[in-house]
Design a protein. Structure first.
Length: 363
């Protein structure tokens, strides 16, 4: 019997990893402030600075960002960032920067000459299991090949201004940049896939269909297993229940939309399949311990503590303070009474309420 010729003369079946590179953004900014107490997102990040001064801190290790290195940061890695000489706020952030491509060439040159740092960054996902394969910050040596790709990307972003659609050449250049940087991570550092192919297939399906109604019965039927048996197997393999994993993936998707789009919270709530904003906010708070609106504000605004000082008849210092995120008042008037003396004032300004915010304004 004659077999159908497929174009491959070999009869050996080959299997390849299921990797799908999804690019969320690729931008070239200037930075004067980059102080974030905690950065952690469910996607990969690539950083390259064209000037010295950037600092990344992760688990007690300080990475002073060099121009001859590229920095790869794995998903869900908790790290801090700052500009050399600046202090990282205990909470919140202090960001001062913008798109270099939106400026005239003379304005760009003046900014960089006055100490601003050129900062190229790429955010992307690989899908399961590679988005969950490792954590950490990985400095990668800048080879001639990587330098050429970065230079091409910088020139493209500078010439395109407020670009929203990438051409095929620029897109393939970013893909090649990502692949070459990932090759800089030793193979031994990648965790092996889940041992059960049914769980791997279920996780891939969840990631691709997180906006749908993903019941335990549906996912179990796709694995050709009884619901209870599949639920037990899933928890044994992943360490979490099936529905908790589904909710986490939906919130991860929402975080990506909050970070990279201008969609409203109502629009974002509908995308991962939540029936109402109230339901979305409740699940978001349960997982990230912060409301989605405040999560977005914390990305772009430094929390500010405003103090209102008056003196009472008994010579007590009455301190009322309000906390703002952007224009939103997060904490209403709180009152603290202090006897007027140098030591008491020193204790107050060194207290937790002052240390936890990036900027303090006396009114």
């Amino acid at each position: 019997m004659q077999t159908l010729f497929t174009g491959d003369p070999s009869t050996t079946v080959q299997y390849f990893p299921r990797v799908s590179i999804k690019i969320h953004c690729c931008r070239y900014w200037w930075l004067k402030n980059w102080e974030y107490s905690t950065l952690s997102f469910p996607f990969w990040r690539i950083y390259h600075n064209t000037g010295v001064g950037g600092v990344i801190e992760y688990r007690g290790t300080t990475y002073r960002m060099e121009t001859n290195k590229v920095y790869l940061i794995a998903p869900n890695t908790d790290y801090s960032s700052r500009i050399e000489g600046n202090s990282i706020p205990r909470r919140g952030n202090c960001l001062c920067g913008g798109n270099l491509g939106a400026l005239a060439e003379s304005a760009r040159e003046q900014l960089l000459a006055n100490g601003a740092i050129g900062h190229l960054f790429v955010h992307f996902s690989l899908g399961f299991p590679y988005d969950n394969a490792l954590k950490g910050v990985f400095p990668i040596d800048l080879t001639e090949s990587l330098e050429a790709k970065i230079d091409h990307m910088q020139r493209y972003l500078l010439s395109s201004g407020q670009i929203s659609t990438f051409g095929i050449g620029a897109f393939l250049n970013v893909q090649a940049l990502i692949c070459e940087i990932l090759l800089g991570v030793e193979g031994s550092q990648w965790k092996p896939n889940t041992g059960d192919v049914r769980i791997a297939q279920a996780i891939s399906y969840i990631e691709d269909h997180c906006e749908e109604n993903l019941s335990n019965e549906l996912l179990a039927s796709r694995a050709c297993m009884a619901t209870n048996s599949f639920s037990r197997l899933f928890k044994n393999e992943t360490g979490v229940t099936l529905q908790k994993f589904v909710k986490k993936k939906r919130i991860d998707y929402a975080c990506m939309l909050i970070t990279h789009t201008g969609m409203s919270i109502e629009e974002i709530a509908a995308k991962p399949g939540f029936s109402t904003r109230v339901h979305f906010t409740r699940v978001f708070c349960d997982i990230l311990l912060v409301a989605p609106g405040l999560f977005r504000d914390l990305l772009f605004f430094a929390p500010a503590l405003k103090l209102f000082l008056t003196v009472s008849a008994s010579l007590q210092l009455v301190v009322r303070f309000r906390v703002y995120i952007g224009r939103k008042r997060l904490l209403y008037d709180c009152v603290c009474l202090l006897q007027i003396q140098h030591e008491a004032y020193r204790i107050f300004v060194n207290s937790e309420y002052c240390r936890m915010f990036a900027s303090v304004t006396l009114c």
